[in-house]
Design a protein around this ligand. Structure first.
Ligand SMILES: NC(=O)c1ccc[n+]([C@@H]2O[C@H](COP(=O)([O-])OP(=O)(O)OC[C@H]3O[C@@H](n4cnc5c(N)ncnc54)[C@H](O)[C@@H]3O)[C@@H](O)[C@H]2O)c1
Length: 315
């Protein structure tokens, strides 16, 4: 099996990918800066190499990609709220970092380069059918714009330098090892600690939620059935208003605490996109993929992990 460079492999989705891809037989080398979101502990027990460094460092990335046939580029500044307080970190890591990793991959002659992107590049979807892979990019916040920039670079390296590339866009992922700045672990940590749980605005924004193991399995399948130039959409088709989602998280927490936490409404995020959606029918057909963990099971597993490990890790 090939050797694979996985950037961002000590983060939330990356550390699940490290598990799934090593189990699939890849030799995995993780490159991660271990920012506030990345933790060495996230890959404890995973048989992968960990190189600590910055995707914006061309020399370091060239060394890291040496000997790899596949690159999965998941490293990013991934938080929308942080990006609203200043987009510089997002643009640096998500745009310039992607250029550096693409350059290194092209020079090393890797066989496959896959970028992990997001439904947010398509902007809010207020009605009508969910957008497919060819829909225009309309990012509505600095994070989403930086990911759209990364996608544009991937297209350019594919066309100009014959790099065999693919892009994965997914809906909101949740599961173990996610930083508590994100909604599900944020709500769960507060509820497990007996605090009042904040919900932004009136909780009317709509998101689709995919369990991280299902997503990682889909990405492994995209590598296995490689199609150069593909854009793969992964969705769960279980859209929830944020208020309903928060209530489900609190119900999962009540199993541990014996009581349902209270909710308070707090100021909404600036420019909040009211709904995201992805049409993933082509992905499901081509990759013979469908999610296997429903929201109830996924939240039970996530909350159990937060109770056992997350509370101490993020205290
Ligand atoms: N979480 C989601 O719901 C979601 C949805 C769609 C797409 N994505 C995308 O998936 C990818 C992973 O997201 P996540 O939620 O796991 O994010 P995360 O913030 O949990 O992890 C990001 C990882 O990248 C590392 N990193 C950051 N800057 C770096 C740099 N300059 N050099 C090297 N490493 C660096 C961090 O240390 C961290 O380990 C991102 O590209 C994100 O845009 C996430």
């Amino acid at each position: 099996m090939p050797t694979l460079l996985l950037t961002g492999g000590a983060g939330f989705i990356g550390s699940q990918l490290a598990r799934t891809l090593t189990q699939a037989g890849f030799t995995v080398r993780v490159l991660d800066l271990l920012t506030y979101a990345g933790r060495r502990e996230h890959v404890d027990g995973v048989p992968c190499e960990l190189v600590v460094g910055d995707v914006c460092d061309p020399g370091l990335v060239a060394d890291a990609v040496d000997g790899c046939q596949v690159v999965v580029h998941a490293a990013a500044e991934s938080d929308v709220s942080r990006s609203l307080h200043g987009g510089a970190a997002c643009v640096r890591t998500n745009v310039e970092g992607t250029r550096v990793v693409l350059d290194a991959a092209a020079h090393a002659g890797v066989e496959h380069f896959l970028l992990l992107s997001t439904d947010e590049v398509l902007g809010e979807v207020l009605g009508g059918p969910a957008p497919g892979p060819d829909a225009p990019l309309r990012p509505g916040n600095p994070y989403a714009a930086s990911k759209a920039g990364a996608e544009a670079l991937v297209h350019a390296w594919h066309k100009s330098f014959d790099l065999s590339t693919a892009i994965v866009r997914c809906v909101n992922a949740y599961g173990p090892r996610q930083h508590p700045e994100k909604a599900v672990p944020w709500w769960a940590q507060d509820a497990l600690r007996g605090r009042i749980v904040p919900v932004q605005g009136l909780g009317t924004a709509v998101r689709d939620w995919i369990y991280v193991e299902d997503l990682a399995r889909g990405i492994a399948r995209a590598l296995e059935r490689w199609q150069s130039g593909a854009i793969w959409h992964f969705a769960a088709h279980d859209q929830q208003r944020n208020l309903a989602m928060a209530r489900r998280v609190l119900a999962a927490c009540a199993v541990h605490t014996g009581r349902l936490a209270q909710i308070e409404f707090v100021e909404d995020r600036r420019g909040q996109d009211r709904r995201y959606a992805l049409d993933d029918s082509a992905t499901r057909r081509a990759l013979d993929w469908a999610p296997s963990v429903d929201l109830e099971q996924g939240l039970a597993r996530t909350v159990a992990w937060i109770q056992q490990k997350g509370l101490a890790l993020w205290s």
